[in-house]
Design a protein around this ligand. Sequence first.
Ligand code: FES
Length: 77
Amino acid sequence: MSDGEMAPEVTIKVRANGPLKVTGPVRLVDQEGRVLKVDGDDMVLCRCGRSADKPFCDGSHRGAGFDGTCGRRPADG
Ligand code: FES
């Protein structure tokens, strides 16, 4: 982020071989458009497909050999 640029309200962080951590005020809805209950402003969303609590991560990615390497170049790179 450059000087003078405002920080975004929402940040989505790709965790190494794990979930997406979403920090900030967001509304999460299911495939029917129903708002899902989220405690607080942070959530971790499964991207390995193994969670029994989708769309949230339940830790099932651990030890499962999930390779979640992020291949896209950074915006400032
Ligand atoms: S990323 Fe954690 S269970 Fe899928």
